[in-house]
Design a protein around this ligand. Structure first.
Ligand SMILES: Nc1ncnc2c1ncn2[C@@H]1O[C@H](COP(=O)(O)OP(=O)(O)OP(=O)(O)O)[C@@H](O)[C@H]1O
Ligand code: SF4
Ligand SMILES: [Mg+2]
Length: 327
């Protein structure tokens, strides 16, 4: 296997608050390969966005990366000076957020923004950059791109605007795309199209994609592998088929029971009783222990570390040989 595009090892992110130092991300490790989509899923507050922000160097003080390593194409990027990191973000990492207007300047025609990105990162002429922008718009499924390239963001529907953002994210031919809830603001029918597009383009361009979402349906559809986060840690990570089909961690099992399907829209999201703990009140031992249907004594004392179980990695004492016999 070739080296991963993105490699995160033992990442720790802290926020310094009046009440003390809060650890938002603690010991998170994962890789993403060329052309692979890693889905990152978990309830609100699990640490999905903070993990993505750490990778792109956008943790603002009083937050800080307090430990671990982030490598892009083998090169450490977690401690680069801000100016160099800004260039990595523009060129080597593309970003897609929930609101397309985070990425698109409402005052510029969409083509201008894409062309500027292309010209900043390649030596294409103005003319060639415009043609490349048209090609990108066509590739993301914008009809009549040679005309729409001169439109302003507000002249596009939400779904079309997110397609423009994807074209913009691809313009510099990045190695990695981080998409944080890219379809949450869109109609359900449009969501599926955008997710399918992201998956196809990642594969076609050999781009690694980190797809952050709270929607297990999106993960099942688009991801090659999935990381299930809980309280700032990865509870379980593995091939999407294995984790969705046979989740091992009790929290992942609860989430998979909550995959909304179109047929059962009414009873979507069978809730796991209880709520994710606040950062200031993460319980000792396993953070999930107050909600876990399989909790036992050790869970309240020892923190489970991720262990390989078949193709999964799971942080749960049920699968630890020295714990209770695996269920
Ligand atoms: N600037 C900040 N200062 C203090 N705490 C923060 C800050 N940003 C995030 N956090 C905390 O870090 C934790 C992880 O937040 P994060 O935004 O990564 O969650 P998430 O998994 O993306 O949730 P959601 O699904 O709601 O987007 C939360 O407890 C959040 O309150
Ligand atoms: S370690 Fe214990 S509390 Fe945590 S998920 Fe496993 S069984 Fe449940
Ligand atoms: Mg988030």
């Amino acid at each position: 296997m070739t080296d991963p595009v993105l490699s995160v090892r033992d990442l720790r992110v802290e926020f310094v608050t009046r009440r003390g130092v809060l650890t938002a991300i603690d010991g998170v490790s994962f890789d993403i390969a060329r052309g692979e989509v890693l889905g990152v899923v978990g309830e609100s507050g699990a640490g999905k966005s903070v993990t993505g922000a750490a990778v792109i160097g956008l943790i603002d003080p009083p937050g800080r990366i307090a430990g671990g390593e982030i490598r892009l194409g083998g090169e450490r990027i977690d401690a680069l000076p801000p100016e160099r990191m800004r260039r990595v973000r523009g060129k080597r990492i593309g970003m897609i957020f929930q609101d397309p207007l985070t990425s698109l300047n409402p005052l510029y025609r969409v083509g201008r923004q894409i062309e500027e990105t292309i010209r900043t990162h390649t030596d294409l002429s103005a003319r060639a950059a415009r043609q490349r922008a048209i090609d990108l718009l066509a590739e993301v499924g914008i009809p009549a791109p040679e005309r729409r390239i001169d439109g302003f963001p507000h002249e596009f529907s939400g779904g079309m605007r997110q397609r423009v953002v994807i074209a913009l994210a691809l313009a510099a031919e990045p190695e990695l795309i981080i998409a944080d809830e890219p379809t949450t603001a869109l109609d359900v029918s449009v969501q599926a199209q955008i997710i399918a597009l992201l998956k196809r383009l990642g594969r076609d361009h050999g781009t690694a994609v980190m797809l952050i979402t709270h929607d297990m349906g999106v993960i099942a559809e688009a991801a090659d592998r999935v990381a299930v986060m809980y309280a700032g840690r990865i509870a379980e990570i593995g091939p999407v088929r294995a984790v969705v089909g046979e989740p091992l961690h009790p929290y992942a099992q609860g989430l998979m029971g909550a995959i909304p399907t179109l047929a059962h829209d009414a009873d979507r999201l069978a809730q796991i009783p209880g709520a994710m703990p606040r950062l200031s009140a993460i319980p000792p031992g396993c953070a999930f222990n107050p909600r876990c249907p399989k909790v036992f004594a050790r869970c309240r004392v020892d923190r489970p570390e991720p262990l390989a179980v078949g193709s999964h990695r799971v942080a749960c004492h049920l699968y630890d040989a020295s714990g209770k016999a695996a269920a």
